[in-house]
Design a protein around this ligand. Structure first.
Ligand code: IMP
Ligand code: MG
Length: 172
């Protein structure tokens, strides 16, 4: 068991996610929209968020893996699961748990841009700035943190702590 320190409570999370859902619903209104969940980390944020998106939408899921050098910037990113819907002519909202270096989101944006989506926007639960390597246009942000490793609300350390309803800093 690691030492965990709560940073964002369940209540604060739920309030923020309701606000984001409202904001997103106003942006898309009756336009065709696919909301894409990046597995596994975004699963709780995504499931809470889509229940607060009141405009019509479809959902789909991706999972990406990064492998290669321990040095993050030289890693290769690829799909281990792609979406099943066609995005052509539809708006795409990519939902992430956390944007850290930005490499994962850069890969996803590149992939969806090539598929003729009507627009692509990014919603991330957490934006973590300290290690950012790629400048990513983020349209909807839950919370900003500067640094530190966090777990809970979908985020893991070695596959543990994903189901916690709050965000916690972990001492490794
Ligand atoms: P990026 O490609 O560096 O932006 O990495 C994003 C991915 O790294 C996220 O989707 C997470 O899986 C993982 N990650 C980065 N920081 C944390 C953290 O503080 N806790 C848990 N996972 C993290
Ligand atoms: Mg992730």
């Amino acid at each position: 068991m690691h030492k965990l320190k709560e940073l964002i409570s369940e209540e604060e999370i739920q309030t923020r996610v309701r606000e984001l859902g409202k904001e997103i619903s106003q942006v898309y209104q009756n336009e065709p929209l696919i909301v894409v969940c990046t597995l596994k980390g975004a699963f709780l944020f995504f499931s809470d968020l889509v229940r607060n998106i009141t405009c019509p939408h479809e959902i789909d899921f991706v999972r990406v893996a990064s492998y290669g050098n321990a040095d993050k910037s030289s890693q290769t990113i690829s799909f281990t699961k792609d979406i099943e819907l066609s995005v052509e002519g539809k708006h795409v909202l990519i939902v992430e748990d956390i944007i850290d270096t930005g490499l994962t989101m850069e890969f996803l944006l590149h992939q969806f841009t090539a598929r003729k989506a009507k627009s692509i926007k990014v919603a991330t639960f957490i934006s973590k700035k300290a290690r950012r390597e790629k400048s990513i246009p983020i349209d909807f942000v839950g919370f900003h943190i500067n640094d530190g490793f966090i777990v809970g609300y979908g985020l893991d350390y070695a596959e543990k702590y994903r189901s916690l309803p709050s965000i916690n800093e972990i001492e490794i």
